[in-house]
Structure formats: structure tokens, C-alpha cells
Design a protein around this ligand. Structure first.
Ligand code: BGC
Length: 838
């Protein structure tokens, strides 16, 4: 590109060095002298948050795993395009997503953000998402490259993984996002891979990503993942984020001057950064637009459709009346019990950097009440499930003379709340996070903030208050210190594991009386993140499960909405196990016992313990479905939409059965990937372990019949194989089926999984309609990574193609033979000749 080269030629060494670090939390560094603007980056994979301080809201789409459960490539492209547009509404040129690490263990804290346990599904969907984002002139940023598959010690742990596993499982989604999606940026992870930090990994960044795959975009460090000046620079990291520079700046300048980092290496980074400015159009329109909320009916509709398509019907059995329980017909119901901890407040997203303030939220209870207008509704929460005390209800907070509801918050540019605040606001949220010195919300790494409100409880009795923070904090009630999280603190898992544990204290309060609540917060600087989270818990009901059981008994049917929330499933820590928090197992058991017409709705981003599945007549997995949660749920519950989602992961019977169980979490920051390529269903199939629900499972309100799989019997190694079959909607409702095609090599020369997903297609059918589904298998669909030649390879021989409705519901199969070409096997030129990676 001539423009890029011309600019590069005019930059001084100092200017070039300045460009390879961020200038603040969310901006790169521009060079005013030459009219080179900075570009802006924003999280994230399911909503474009912006810098977090403008107050602008975002369209919150379903999280990654929910999008992946749609198995709908075109949908992912549309959601990507909508998020690209959302990024523009935040003035950003780079959207930090999709998250395409592999769901190696079901307790990974960020599983909800990631797509799947399967690399082909992840990669196909990621490429579509990337194409969508970039169709808007915004760079997508697949992350976190690579093997950031758990949150446990993510900043230091070494994922120790063999070459073949790395290629076949963990790198593959990135390879597809780069080759098929043409991603303009990639984020390097915090962790190490085989001992080397991801941001210094010459073999992965320079050789694999850039040289072999032909990646022409920028490698941006995860926030704070750039730790080493020379190693990062020579190892392939292009942009250190956030700014201002920690490991670059003067240190890098010196390293270039004394040739520890060649200037050509620096030039390559700057060339890539300039190319990004050209690709995103930023070079030609350098003025930054202010952040705005761009809430449109189209985005709402798309978010709702995506939530519907990601909904997986896990089970739908005939009840005593002989009909499957779902869909429910409101006309046939007099009363309906809506039960569960996630009914009144549905959980729309997980915790950490992917979350954003939504334009609005449609909660399940409110949506059901609106939809089933003529039905008598009884609501009972059933039990408590909080990890940290629940947020304050802003309606109970009077900001002491300021307009609105919530806390009055004052920010001071000093540590002792002295002088005039530099910002005064009203804050409805109980959880606040600042990217330390780098946020535009705070001017100085050192700052203090005071929140005050008059709190009016609506229940008499003992209230619990909770406070935790990354920084010092204390809570005063009517002038008396109630919680001291200031003079000493214990480190906990809050705020990406940089915060304290939650400190709790009790106070006996009277309903209707106003109490003056003050929270003081102080941050001394240096940490990347500062944050504060407050909670309050009113006196609990005496027998919440009993109340729920009574509600279920008297109602014609019950909808029981269970799950987790963003404190349980979050960036920064993994989960301890599969159990649903609180007494939800007992709640489910007793409610199902009280009313056989109970639908269980699982509102969680990862697999949970589902021993209760035998007891339930119907169950839906809705994941964290984004801001349109309630309406999408009603569409499915009441049959306006027919569920078509399929599990992008295996639901195990118990944690002990899962592939990484033996190796997780490792020792001394070393995490062996000992299960090798046998990740997800590859493990259960090969080991003969029965999962609770298999990969690819998902029912419909209609049924589908599969015809024969037709495929030519003989092919040459290295050729694509076309398979086709007829699928008929054999039921009486329109619906969609995801046809999955798996490949098995019959006599492999190396250990291979029982079968591997190689292609899939989603097909919409009217009742009685038949369609021919064509599935194309490129050579890579048969390949394994050969560790002798360090390349993809297909051996001649017999393969079986298996077409199914899930990985364990194979409906048609066919053997084919791949014949040798001029003797011997054919290597598939890893990156060079295949052109695609699937
Ligand atoms: C996360 C990234 C995110 C970045 C910026 C990091 O903690 O790992 O996924 O994009 O923060 O918020």
C-alpha cells in the first residue's frame, strides 16, 4: 500500500516507537505531525461497551456460547455486522471479539464467552462473525491467542500442550478466523504456552500466525499482557495495550537504538498499524465521534432472533395428557407458577470485560406476565443463589438532593476526599469498575470517590450489607462505620481476582425509614483495575422452597427458571464445580415433584449439574441470552418460535468424567493438556463415557427424517468430497434442523478420535417439506497434524461419514475410500496450499 509506505518513510524512530503502545485504556497512539490519528478499541464479543465512562448503552446480544448454539453461520455474520455498527456508535475502529478459546473444561470461567468445545464449529462461526464485523469497516479481534482456556492463574500459567493438539484443537478456530474471516487483528493471551508468554511467542505469532497463515493485521496484547520489551517486540506483538506504555516507550527506543530489536521489526509493526487505519477508514476520518446509545428496532429484533436460535430444547416429554409439555398454550391455562431465582431478574450476560450496560432488559417474569395476560400468575423465587450480596434496588436509594434514583457519587483527584470533586454524578449501579489510571473517567491513578444515598428498605429486620473492592473501601450507616474494608483486606476473586473478598455486616432496619448510607473508596494507583461492589440482602423468607412448591402445586403448569449469574460465571476465575448455586437442586426436585407439568429453564453460560433431567418433563437451555431474554423465552415457551439450537458442548454427568479433570488446574503454574486431542465429545466417544447430554443435541417441536447419505465412494487424497442427503420435516410445525456431518478414519496410522465434526448445515423446513442438504468436505476435513513433517496430512484409506442430529444420534452413514495419488500419502501444505482450514 503506497500510502502506508509513504507515511512509514516519514516517521521518526521516536514516533514509530510511540505508535506501538496505547495512549490510554482504549486508544492507540497517533502522530499529529503527519495527521495519523489514534484508533479506538472497545470490548467486546457480545456488546460494544465503549470506554465505560460515557454512560452510553449498548445492544447486548446473546453471549458466545448462545450464539454458537444456533449453529447458524448467517446469523453469526448478521450479529457480527450489528456489533460492528455498535462499535461505530462508540466511536471505535476495533471490536475486541470474538472470544474463541476452547471450552476445555466445563468449569472455565469464560466458557460463556467462548463458542464451543469443537474447533470446527468455533472456527466456522468465528469466521462468519469476523466477516460481519469487518463488513462495517471495523476490525474484529479474535481472542485470546492462544490456550487461554481457563481463568485460573491466567496471567502466569503455562498451557503445556503438544504440537498436534495445539494445531488440531486450539489454533484451528484462530486459523479459520484468519484465513476464512480475514481478521484484521488478533489479541495475544495473558498465559504462557509451553513456557513462553503468548505475547512473546515467536513460533506462534511470527511463524504460525503471520508467516504461515498470512495474517496481515495487528497483534494486540490483552490488557496488561505485554510484560517484556525485547521479547514481545521480537516475538511478534505489535501493539501494547493499554497505554501509556509500560514496557515500550523509552525502553523500546533504547532497545532499537542498541539493535536488540531490529528497526525492520518495528517498521513491520507500524506498517500493520497504518494498514489498520486504512482498512477501517480511520486515516481518512480522523475526528473521533462521541459515544452514543444506538438503540434500534432492528438490533432489538436481531438480538431476540439470536436468543431464540440459541435456545436448546433439552427435553420435551409427553405428560399424562399424552402431549409433549411444550409449547404451552396460554388459552388452555388458568394459572401458571413462575418460579426460580432467575425469573424476576434474568441473567443476560456473564461477568468481566464482555459485559456492558444494555439498552434495556426484558426479564422473564415481566415478559411472561405480558404474554400470558389472561392467566393467573404466581411468582416465587424459591431460593437465593447470590455469590456476593445482591445489588441495591435503585428505587430504594435517594441520591440526597440530586435528581434520579441511586447513589450520589463524587470523584476527587486526591486520596482524602478534599476540595471540590472533579465529577459529580448519580449512579444506579452497585458495581463500578475503572481501568485505573487509564480510564477517561478518572484523571489520576490516585483518586477517591464517595457514594451517598438515603436508603429506604421495604422490609423490617436484619439486613446484610456487603462491600468488596479493588482499592480500599468502607461503608458507613447513619454516620457509623459498619464495614471496614480499608485498614486490612483479604484478596478474593472479584475484579478479575484483583479485588478483595466480600466483607459483610448486619444491621437491623425498619421498613419505610430512610438510612444514610455512605461508601468511601480510595485507589492509590499502579493497579490496572479499580473497582467497587456493594450489596444488600433483606431478611429472607422462612421457607422459600416450600412457598415455591405450594405455588407449583396449585398452578396448571410451572416454569422454573434456574441458573447462575455474572458473579459465578466470570472472567478472572473458574467455577468450583458444576452444581447450581444455592438450593436449586432441591428446588427443582421438589417443584417437579409438586407439578409434573414443570418446564425447567437453565439460565447459565456453561454446563451445570443436571441429574434432575430425569424428573423434569421439559427443559430448555437459554444460556445468557442478551437483553431480549424474556421475549425470546416467551416466543419459545408459547410456540411462536420453534427451538432449533444444538449444544455446542457436551453436558457431562459429573466433573470427574470430563477430559481435563485429571490435569486441571496443574501445579506450580504448569497446566498439562494431558488429554491431548481428546477434547469434548472426542473424549467421551473414545473413552466410552456416557454424557448426560451429547454434543450437538437439541430437540424441536417438530421431527425430522433423514434420507440416505449419498457420496461418491472413491476419491483421491486431497480432493474435496461432496455429500448430500434429504431431510424431511416429518412433524406438523415449521422448524429447523442442524445436520451434522462427522468423519471417522477407519484404520488411522495415528490415534484419532472416534469421529470429528467436519461440516454442518442448518435447514428450515415447512411441515412435510423435504430438502436436499449438501455438505462439502474440504481435504482438511480428513486431515490430522503430522508431527514428523509438521504439516497437515491425509492418509489414503477408508473413512466413514456420519450424518446426525447430534453426535450420538447418527441417522445416516456412508463409507468412502480416499485413494493415493502417485503412491504414498498427500500432505496438505499446512497453510500454503489449502486455502481454507476446514
Ligand atoms: C480481557 C480481554 C478484554 C480486555 C479489555 C482483559 O481483561 O481478557 O478479553 O478485551 O481485558 O477489557
Amino acid at each position: 500500500m503506497e500510502r502506508v509506505e509513504a507515511l512509514l518513510g516519514q516517521l521518526t524512530l521516536e514516533e514509530k516507537v510511540s505508535m506501538v503502545s496505547g495512549s490510554d485504556a482504549w486508544h492507540s497512539t497517533g502522530v499529529e505531525r503527519l495527521g495519523i490519528p489514534a484508533f479506538k478499541l472497545t470490548d467486546g464479543p457480545n456488546a460494544a461497551r465503549g470506554d465505560g465512562s460515557s454512560g452510553a448503552r449498548a445492544a447486548c446480544f446473546p453471549v458466545g456460547v448462545a450464539l454458537a448454539a444456533s449453529w447458524n453461520v448467517a446469523l453469526l455474520e448478521s450479529v457480527g455486522a450489528a456489533l460492528g455498527d455498535e462499535a461505530k456508535s462508540k466511536g471505535a475502529q476495533v471490536l475486541l471479539g470474538p472470544t474463541i478459546n476452547i471450552q476445555r473444561t466445563p468449569i472455565g470461567g469464560r466458557n460463556f464467552e467462548c463458542y464451543s468445545e469443537d474447533p470446527h464449529l468455533s472456527g466456522t462461526l468465528a469466521a462468519a462473525f469476523v466477516r460481519g464485523v469487518q463488513s462495517q469497516g471495523v476490525a474484529a479481534c479474535p481472542k485470546h491467542f492462544v490456550c487461554n482456556d481457563t481463568e485460573h492463574q491466567r496471567h502466569s500459567v503455562s498451557a503445556n500442550v503438544d504440537e498436534r493438539t495445539l494445531r488440531e484443537i486450539y489454533l484451528k478456530p484462530f486459523e479459520m478466523a484468519v484465513k476464512q474471516g480475514d481478521a484484521w487483528s488478533v489479541m495475544s493471551a495473558y498465559n504462557r504456552i509451553n513456557g513462553v508468554f503468548a505475547s512473546s511467542h515467536d513460533a506462534l505469532l511470527n511463524e504460525t500466525l503471520k508467516a504461515q497463515w498470512g495474517f496481515s493485521g495487528i497483534v494486540v496484547s490483552d490488557w496488561g499482557a505485554a510484560l517484556h520489551t525485547v521479547e514481545n517486540a521480537n516475538g511478534g506483538l505489535d501493539l501494547e495495550m493499554p497505554g501509556p506504555p509500560r514496557t515500550r516507550g523509552a525502553k523500546l527506543l533504547e532497545a532499537v537504538r542498541d539493535a536488540r530489536v531490529p528497526e525492520t521489526v518495528l517498521d513491520d509493526k507500524v506498517r500493520r498499524l497504518l494498514t489498520l487505519l486504512v482498512r477501517t477508514g480511520r486515516l481518512d476520518s480522523p475526528a473521533e465521534t462521541p459515544e452514543r446509545s444506538d438503540d434500534t428496532p432492528e438490533k432489538r429484533a436481531l438480538a431476540r432472533r439470536a436468543a431464540i436460535e440459541g435456545t436448546v430444547l433439552l427435553k420435551n416429554e409427553a405428560t399424562a395428557l399424552g402431549q409433549p409439555l411444550l409449547p404451552l398454550d396460554p388459552a388452555k391455562l388458568n394459572s401458571l407458577a413462575v418460579i426460580g431465582p432467575n425469573a424476576e431478574i434474568g441473567r443476560i450476560q456473564g461477568g468481566g470485560s464482555s459485559s456492558a450496560p444494555p439498552h434495556h432488559v426484558v426479564h422473564p417474569l415481566a415478559a411472561i406476565a405480558a404474554r400470558a395476560k389472561d392467566v393467573e400468575l404466581i411468582h416465587e423465587p424459591g431460593c437465593l443463589t447470590h455469590r456476593y450480596l445482591p445489588a441495591f434496588d435503585p428505587r430504594q436509594l435517594d441520591p440526597l438532593g440530586r435528581a434520579g434514583e441511586g447513589f450520589a457519587i463524587d470523584y476527587f483527584s486526591n486520596l482524602d476526599f478534599s476540595g471540590t470533586p472533579f465529577r459529580e454524578r448519580v449512579e444506579r449501579r452497585s458495581k463500578l469498575a475503572w481501568f485505573g489510571a487509564f480510564a477517561s473517567d478518572v484523571r489520576d491513578p490516585k483518586f477517591s470517590a464517595r457514594l451517598s444515598a438515603s436508603f429506604t428498605p421495604d422490609t423490617d429486620g436484619v439486613h446484610q450489607f456487603g462491600l468488596m473492592s479493588a482499592g480500599k473501601s468502607r461503608l458507613l450507616l447513619d454516620g457509623e462505620e459498619l464495614i471496614d474494608n480499608w485498614s486490612s483486606q483479604t484478596r478474593g476473586e472479584s475484579f478479575y481476582s484483583a479485588g478483595s473478598t466480600e466483607v459483610r455486616a448486619e444491621a437491623s432496619l425498619e421498613a419505610g425509614k430512610g438510612y444514610r448510607l455512605v461508601v468511601e473508596f480510595q485507589r492509590e494507583g499502579n493497579q490496572l483495575i479499580a473497582g467497587l461492589q456493594l450489596g444488600v440482602l433483606p431478611p429472607a423468607a422462612e421457607d422459600p422452597i416450600g412457598d415455591a412448591v405450594r405455588a407449583a402445586e396449585t398452578a396448571d403448569a410451572a416454569i422454573l427458571i434456574v441458573g447462575t449469574n455474572a458473579d459465578w460465571e466470570s472472567e478472572g476465575h473458574d467455577r468450583a464445580g458444576l452444581a447450581l448455586p444455592g438450593d436449586q437442586a432441591e428446588l427443582i426436585d421438589r417443584v417437579c415433584g409438586a407439578n409434573p407439568r414443570t418446564v425447567i429453564v437453565v439460565n447459565a453460560g456453561s454446563p451445570v449439574e443436571t441429574a434432575w433431567l430425569d424428573r423434569a418433563s421439559a427443559a430448555l437451555q437459554v444460556w445468557f441470552p442478551g437483553q431480549e431474554f424474556g421475549d425470546a423465552l416467551c416466543d419459545v415457551l408459547f410456540g411462536d418460535a420453534n427451538p432449533s439450537g444444538k449444544l455446542p458442548l457436551t453436558v457431562p454427568v459429573q466433573l470427574e468424567d470430563t477430559p481435563a479433570f485429571e490435569h486441571y488446574p496443574g501445579k506450580n503454574q504448569e497446566l498439562p493438556y494431558g488429554e491431548g486431542i481428546f477434547v469434548g465429545y472426542r473424549w467421551y466417544d473414545t473413552r466410552g463415557i456416557e454424557p448426560r447430554l451429547p454434543f450437538g443435541h437439541g430437540l424441536s417441536y417438530t421431527t425430522f427424517a433423514y434420507g440416505e447419505l449419498s457420496v461418491e465412494r472413491a476419491h483421491r487424497v486431497g480432493e474435496s468430497v461432496s455429500a448430500a442427503l434429504d431431510v424431511t420435516n416429518s412433524g406438523d410445525r415449521a422448524g429447523a434442523e442442524v445436520v451434522q456431518l462427522y468423519v471417522r478414519e477407519l484404520s488411522p496410522s495415528v490415534p484419532r478420535p472416534e469421529k470429528e465434526l467436519a461440516a454442518f448445515a442448518k435447514v428450515w423446513l415447512e411441515p412435510g417439506e423435504t430438502r436436499r442438504v449438501e455438505l462439502e468436505l474440504p481435504p482438511r476435513g480428513f486431515a490430522f497434524w503430522d508431527v514428523v513433517d509438521h504439516d497437515w496430512r491425509v492418509d489414503p484409506g477408508e473413512f466413514e461419514l456420519l450424518a446426525g442430529s447430534s453426535s450420538r444420534d447418527i441417522r445416516a452413514r456412508q463409507r468412502i475410500e480416499l485413494q493415493t495419488e502417485l503412491g504414498g500419502s498427500r500432505e496438505l501444505g499446512g497453510s500454503r496450499e489449502l486455502g481454507g482450514s476446514s
